[in-house]
Every structure is written in C-alpha cells, then in structure tokens.
Write a protein that binds this ligand. Structure first.
Ligand code: AMP
Ligand code: MG
Length: 280
C-alpha cells in the first residue's frame, strides 16, 4: 500500500511536529490554535496505522531508557474536561510495559498538600532515571483552576509562572526530559463529549455536575491557558498545543513527539561483562 508522505513516520522520516510546538517567547493567541486541524496527516486510517507502530516503538525505547538508566521523561497532559487526557495515556502508552510507566493523576489538593508550597506534591512524583512519568493534570492546575476560581490572590498565582520555569529547569538539569501537551478541544466538541457521558450508561461514571459549571467558565479558562502557554513554553520544557477534536490525530502527534524525542537521545544498551557461565 502506498503510504502518503504526510502521515509518515520512520527511521529517517520524521513528522514535522514542530508546527504544534509553542515557540518559547512567542505571543500566543488561543483563537489561532485550531482544535480541528490535522496538518501532519489527513487520513484517519493511515494515521491510526502509524500510531500503532509508534506505540510499539515507544515500548522498545522505554526498555532502552530503563536499561541505559541515564535519562527519564516527564510527560505533562493538560486540557479541559473531556479533552482526552485519559485516552491519550491509554493509546500512546499502549505498547509500553506497565512496569515502565507511572501515571500520576493530580486531583484537588488535600489539606496536608495545601499546607505546603504548590510544588511539594509534584516534586515527589517526578520520574527517576529509566522511568517515564505521565502527569494527568499537574502543577499547571495552580495557574489554571486556581486562577479561574480565585483560590489564591492574583499576586500569588502570577509569581508561579516563574516558579514553575525554575522548577522545571532544575528537573532538566538533573537529566529529566520534559514534554508538555495542551490538549486543545473546541467548546462544541466538549459539548458533544459531555452529552455522550450523560447518554451512554458506560460513561456515566465519568460525568460530574461540576463539569457543567466549569464549562460556563470556558472563556476564563482559555485566557488562563493562553497565558500559561506563553509564559511557560521554554527551551528546556516546551509546550505543544495539540489539536484534539480528532482523537486519532491527538494520539498520533503526541506519540510521535515522545518517540522522536527519545530517538534523539542516542541511547545505547550498556556494555555488560558476559564472562562466566550459567551453572545448573
Ligand atoms: P478529574 O481530572 O476529572 O479527576 O478532576 C480532578 C479535579 O481536580 C479537577 O477539577 C481539577 O481542576 C482539580 N485539581 C487538580 N489540581 C488542583 C489544584 N492544584 N487546585 C485545585 N484543584 C485542582
Ligand atoms: Mg473529570
């Protein structure tokens, strides 16, 4: 079968995923980021096929990451309710051994967590060498939901952009590779997905009345996301704004970014002394 170059991903053929990267220091206008765009692949079945191969390759690369034990990866997922954070974990990590990846879901902070600085609970969950950690929500909630609901004073959350950049710089200096994905869905797509949670009995458990209330604050959230992307996309820890109305495209691009990043590390299996013999 003829595979279109557009959707290609292979040893020597990279997707041009930089189109979705927020260039550090650039001005971000959220309305310019199209949630429905698929510039790197316009064929769903080809895209899915590529995704499956990427997922398999990620499994191999994770083993190498663990064997080499020099790097670790932190993947941050942020997005509105129903944007697909759980689905991304399920698909992108489908080829990785459960032993090789740690998924951390950040919920409303506990009283004990609130007694500490906002990065305390986050730092405790960062990956160690050889590990992939995925943050399903993250320290960015502290400049999103916290800002939108005024849970702390503005002068407190405003300082957090800089505090986050410094924190992430500390992590990367210690060998962590940080990749951050904003799952960008449209307000209309969210309506459909929330409705599906109401209509489909197998999705009822995902439905929360609070989600309807949060939806009313959509514009405030978009402003908060815009500032977050603009102020915290850095060279050491870039944001990617992933068009996420099409789930298959979201999975394809996130998988490709993670695989391409791991490939670029030039990892090698460690040399092992194999002298000696297996005895009964
Ligand atoms: P879910 O991801 O649907 O399980 O919901 C988790 C909830 O926890 C969301 O409503 C988040 O906004 C909330 N949450 C996560 N982190 C924080 C935080 N630092 N402060 C306040 N709420 C948070
Ligand atoms: Mg929820």
């Amino acid at each position: 079968m003829q595979v279109k170059a557009d959707c290609a991903w292979g040893e020597n053929q990279r997707m041009k995923t930089n189109v979705h990267r927020i260039e550090p220091g650039s001005k971000v206008r959220i309305e310019d980021l199209d949630p429905d765009a698929t510039p790197l692949c316009d064929d769903k079945s080809e895209g899915k096929e590529r995704s499956a191969r990427i997922a398999e390759r990620l499994g191999e690369l994770q083993e190498l990451l663990y064997a080499e034990h020099r790097h670790n990866i932190l993947i941050v997922l942020q997005g509105m309710d129903t944007s697909g954070k759980d689905g991304t974990v399920r698909h992108v990590m489908s080829g990785v051994s459960p032993a090789g990846v740690r998924v951390v879901s950040f919920k409303r902070p506990t009283p004990s967590e609130l007694d500490h600085d906002f990065l305390w609970r986050v730092h405790a969950k960062t990956p160690g060498n050889g590990e992939i950690a995925v943050f399903n929500r993250s320290h960015y909630e502290d400049v999103l939901v916290v800002r939108v609901h005024g849970l702390v004073d503005e002068k407190v959350w405003r300082k957090r952009y800089e505090q986050i950049n410094a924190f992430e710089k500390t992590l990367t200096a210690g060998g962590t590779i940080i990749l951050k994905f904003f799952l960008n869905i449209s307000k209309d797509e969210q309506r459909k997905r929330l409705q599906a949670r109401i209509d489909d009995p197998t999705k009822h458990w995902k439905f929360e009345h609070g989600d309807i209330e949060e939806r009313k604050l959509w514009d405030d959230y978009m402003k908060a996301y815009e500032d977050m992307l603009e102020k915290t996309s850095t060279k050491h820890a870039p944001w990617y704004a992933i068009p996420s109305d099409a789930k298959w495209y979201r999975n394809l691009v996130i998988g490709a970014v993670v695989v391409e990043t791991l490939e670029s590390l030039g990892m090698e299996y460690p040399k092992v002394d194999l002298s000696g013999e297996v005895v009964e």
